[in-house]
Ligand binder design. Structure first.
Ligand SMILES: *Cc1c(COP(=O)(O)O)cnc(C)c1O
Ligand code: SF4
Length: 406
């Protein structure tokens, strides 16, 4: 239950897994081979959530190295988001005018097998030096457009509470820095790290947001609930960023459950990320259409604030691009045609000051003069034509909602 001993007993060798799960000698050798590219590191707590016998366990898949990591699929790269391209000083990426991403450590308590920053995470040679951290903070100080600083890594809570306190203090002393966000997986892999000392330090800073990284409902345990409650009770707004991972959470039912449970624990689902084109993680990637299909099953079906934004961060540095199923079907100057989550096709009528440029009376449609333009008489086009007769909506048969109506 004590995070320091969790850290001391972090599982770094394949044989260390045997205390928690059953593995054959062959499997152990494979893990050894795969972890040579990206280190293995798992807290005893996170390992204790693993299914002893089922290799399909979502916790196992996220924590245990697999031979599939040795594969590089077409288009995969070491720096899939081009973070180094938009890096004016080492360890800082500025992609947007008003915010900057600052890496404060490259260590984590558990190395996620799907990590998109695996090129530099967990490698002692690429550790963040005090000098590069100072240069990053200086850059922020010298660029007054930056109002929002994202601390990431690695896991910022890997730093000592004292060290993190000094970074936060320095950042908040910069007049134009209004918000600092911390991205952390600690509530998932080592909730014990959220102790009174840490919370007391964090709550001194009024505009601090925390984004965590839950991917599966199995990760929400009594320990993680307690950690989240401590942060929420301290008044810290909590968000969550989920990565869509094949064989782990690429299912509407699993994600619905996850987002329900997060909101119950006062965490707002923020992003659902398409898995990045990072080298060695193609086995985790789903087609983009899977994400759209999942969003289709969430939007409208569950509380609006339980639905994250689905985003793809393509290579080259374009940044996050939001994707959604289409709800906008068509439009004319008089109306837009929309469809809702149930498939109901409906109309929103524009304000009446739109000029109608049809004089009427044309021989082809036979409308009387000056009656205004008439459009199609059936289908979606009927909703666009300017008749306001009732029952214009196109409603699917067997619409569940109509059975609930009196
Ligand atoms: C994700 C990200 C941000 C923050 O983006 P939001 O959409 O504001 O959450 C900022 N900088 C970089 C480099 C990022 O990758
Ligand atoms: S916690 Fe974040 S940085 Fe660390 S291994 Fe996981 S995804 Fe990568």
């Amino acid at each position: 239950m004590d995070w320091k001993s969790q850290l001391k007993n972090m599982i770094r060798e394949p044989s260390g897994l045997l205390k928690y799960i059953n593995l054959t000698k062959e499997e152990l050798a494979q893990i050894d081979k795969a972890s040579s590219i990206f280190p293995m590191g798992i807290t005893p707590y996170y390992a204790s959530l693993m299914d002893k016998n089922n290799p399909e366990c979502p916790i196992r898949k996220q924590g245990i190295p697999s031979l599939a990591e040795l594969v590089t699929a077409p288009g995969e790269m070491t720096d899939p988001l081009g973070e180094e391209l938009d890096s004016p000083v080492p360890g800082l990426t500025r992609r947007y005018p008003d915010r900057a991403l600052l890496l404060v450590t490259n260590s984590c308590f558990t190395y996620c097998r799907h990590c998109n920053r695996r090129r530099k995470v967990g490698d002692p040679v690429k550790a963040i030096t005090p000098d590069s951290l100072n240069r990053g903070i200086d850059y922020i100080r010298n660029n007054s457009q930056i109002r929002d600083v994202l601390l990431s890594g690695g896991d910022p809570f890997f730093l000592s509470t004292k060290k993190l306190d000094s970074i936060l203090k320095e950042l908040f002393e910069i007049p134009h820095v209004k918000i600092v966000r911390i991205g952390t997986r600690v509530p998932v892999v080592l909730p014990q790290r959220i102790d009174d000392e840490l919370v007391d330090m964090l709550k001194k800073y009024r505009s601090l947001w925390i984004n965590t990284h839950f991917n599966h409902p199995k990760e929400i345990t009594s320990e993680s609930k307690k950690a989240l409650a401590m942060l929420a009770d301290a008044g810290i707004p909590l968000g969550n960023q989920t990565v869509l991972l094949k064989g782990v959470n690429d299912c509407p039912q699993i994600l619905k459950e996850l987002f329900y449970e997060l909101t119950e624990n006062r965490v707002r689902p923020y992003y659902l990320f398409q898995c990045d084109q990072a080298k060695g993680i193609s086995h985790f990637r789903t087609p983009v259409s899977r994400g759209i299909e999942i969003m289709e099953s969430l939007i409208g079906h569950i509380s609006g604030f339980a639905v994250p934004v689905f985003a793809v961060d393509p290579p080259g540095g374009a940044g996050k691009i939001r994707l959604s199923p289409n709800y906008f079907l068509s439009s004319s100057p008089e109306a837009v045609v929309l469809r809702n989550y149930e498939g109901v096709i409906t109309r929103y009528t524009e304000a009446p000051h739109v000029e109608n440029n049809c004089p009427g009376g044309c021989a082809i449609c036979g409308e009387p003069p000056k009656s205004g333009r008439k459009g199609a008489h059936s289908g979606v086009g009927r909703l666009l034509s300017d008749n306001t007769e009732k029952a214009a909506d196109l409603i699917p048969e067997n619409l569940e909602r109509s059975f609930r109506r009196k």
